[in-house]
Design a protein around this ligand. Structure first.
Ligand code: IPM
Ligand code: MG
Length: 359
């Protein structure tokens, strides 16, 4: 198998956090003799500036060739007012869609060292280990028709379409059930079936697949409003949560905050064959870009997910995760997870500390 990675640093804090993650990648590559190679590419605002498109053909070619992609983050105020169809976020969506990266895995794990950084009481979050499985290439993000049109009375009207075919629901539910087998054996499917037909079909399809192929998994269903509430009331009731694109976007940010900082959370977006794009759950944070204060750990942990899910290098993945635990044990904290008595460090120092902890 070839082992080639495309690195897309992107915008805002992207380049800083990706530089730190690349140092970690270099170290594990040597230490575990992984034989990985990589190259850099442009996505988002950086690509707009260079090529006039957020996902130019050259990036698309690189992305198709690569076995895995590591992304920093895209977007920023500089590109917020350009024509909608070529904004940075559209580049990311096109990439997800073109590579068929339909399965978005967003773990929310609380490092015990950070229990105080959560906005919830430690007893509510200690031991938290949730996996959100978000459908990433369908639903209202991609449904047609969409747009902003003018009504007869001259008023403008915005519209989008939420749409899921049975096959799309089945393949993401399958991922959730398979993940649950490797974890706590529980899946909660999140919908709004009391109002939206598209999620009524979602619920039926998940229920049917469960009965046919995964009877041993403990399946429950929850409306999205209740799920949002339960996530802050009693988050430890969840093991795997599976949901559509929009609900997953929202609930994964909420779940991230339970762990103290969205700066800690990695993610994987996988196709049917294990090819994947790995990125932190947080955005490009333009307000703190270039200041060496962003937390690189989510990106570093995304490298660990890449080694686990695409390259099947469990030992190397685990070594990165242990190294992150080790630097937290040492009391090192970036500003977003800082608490009293800890040692505040910048992006670069945090990255170097993880490299050092890898040995
Ligand atoms: C995410 C982000 C993206 C999304 C944006 C940047 C398009 O919020 O990955 O969660 O909505 O999917
Ligand atoms: Mg989001």
């Amino acid at each position: 198998m070839s082992k080639h990675i495309l690195i897309l640093a992107g915008d805002g804090i992207g380049p800083e956090i990706v530089t730190a993650a690349e140092q970690v990648l270099t170290r594990v590559n040597e230490k575990f003799n992984l034989g990985l190679t990589w190259e850099q590419g442009l996505l988002g605002g950086a690509a707009i500036d260079a090529h006039g498109s957020p996902y130019p053909d050259v990036t698309s070619e690189q992305a198709k060739k690569a076995d895995a992609l590591l992304l920093g983050a895209v977007g920023g105020p500089k590109w917020d007012t350009i024509e909608r169809s070529i904004r940075p976020e559209r580049g990311l969506l096109k990439l997800r869609s073109e590579l068929n990266l339909f399965a978005n895995l967003r773990p929310a794990i609380l490092y015990p060292q950070l229990a105080d950084a959560s906005s919830l009481k430690p007893e509510i979050v200690l031991g938290l280990d949730i996996l959100i499985v978000r459908e990433l290439t369908g639903g209202i993000y991609f449904g047609q028709p969409r747009g902003i049109r003018e009504l007869e009375n001259g008023e403008k009207q915005g519209f989008n379409t939420d749409v899921y075919a049975e096959s799309e629901i089945k393949r993401i539910a399958k991922v959730a059930f398979e993940m649950a087998k490797l974890r706590g054996g529980k899946v909660c499917s999140v919908d709004k079936a009391n109002v939206l037909e598209v999620t009524e079909l979602w619920k039926q399809t998940v229920t049917q697949l469960h009965a046919e192929q995964y009877p041993e998994i403990n399946l429950s269903h929850m409306y999205v409003d209740n799920a949002a509430m339960q996530l802050v009331r009693a988050p430890k009731q969840f093991d795997v949560l599976v949901t559509g694109n929009l609900f997953g976007d929202i609930l994964s940010d909420e779940a991230a905050m339970l762990t103290g900082s969205i700066g800690m959370l990695p993610s994987a977006s996988l196709d049917e064959n294990g090819k994947g794009m790995y990125e932190p759950c947080h955005g490009s944070a333009p307000d703190i870009a270039g200041q060496n204060i962003a937390n690189p750990l989510a990106t570093i942990l995304s490298v660990a997910m890449m080694l686990r899910y695409t390259f099947r290098e469990e030992a190397a993945a685990k070594a990165i995760e242990d190294a992150v635990g080790n630097v937290l044990d040492q009391g090192l904290r970036t500003a977003d997870i800082m608490s009293e008595g800890m040692n505040k460090v910048g992006t670069q120092e945090m990255g170097q500390a993880v490299v050092a902890a890898l040995g």
